[in-house]
Ligand binder design. Sequence first.
Ligand code: ADE
Ligand code: ZN
Ligand code: ZN
Length: 276
Amino acid sequence: WGPYGHAMVADIAQERLTPQAAAAVHQLLALEGHKSLDQVASWPDTMGHLPVGHGGHPETLKWHYVDTDVVNPAYVHERDCADSNCVVERLPEEIALLSNVHAAPAVRLEALKWVVHLVGDLHQPLHAAERDHDMGGNTIHLTYYGESAHGHMNLHALWDEGILNRQDHLVVGPHYSIDYSAAGAAAQQLSAQITPEQVRYWTQDLSAPGAPYRAVMDWVDESHELARSVAYGALPSQDHPDLGDTYTAVAWPIIQLRLEQAGVRLAGVLNQSLGQ
Ligand code: ADE
Ligand code: ZN
Ligand code: ZN
């Protein structure tokens, strides 16, 4: 997701934390003067590209996604992530770090930032799929309502932020800066639609055997299936298509669902990791 999507996932989770988890989150965030999860949700996107020696960690660039070809039915570790540098293998590591009360607070804060970010990213369908080595749609160039967003519009960016920002009138400023109150209002609109039954259904994997690893795999497989059926499935077959109402009508409900699920599941992960 872009900065608004990540902030919205964090906001949906924040209000669903248990008192114990909220206190632990507050204490970790306070190490750097932050007050809420949305303030750190996009940090992993800002540091990956920095030069090494200036806080840059290029090895983390692959942690945000997994490229499982849409011709395959589901994620397979050896085939899709042999070096373990993908979201499915990294996220459980970061959850374990966050849960470790013996780890240094600064280490746990960094793990918290990764957990908030990666639970979000893995719910973006195109972070769990590729077709014809297109890097999750990054090489599929297109326009959206006739605009190319300064020549940079592609299928991946459309799902990360193009559709969301247009629907909710969200504007990204320089250096990823966002309007936090606009993100909070958009998150509140989604959060208010979530029923207790959905929360139970969406988080049941977290109390099943093999959690959190198996839960993460299941969520990634959901994304992969939505990429196949919707993100790619609804795409016209011509080169450089101009997408508009028809594509938005199928993509926007899925984007809202995935942001809601990511927020609810992030709260579940944090409540388990920090709740006692
Ligand atoms: N780079 C390569 N594949 C990617 C994907 N699926 N999502 C985001 N960035 C990528
Ligand atoms: Zn992305
Ligand atoms: Zn990311």
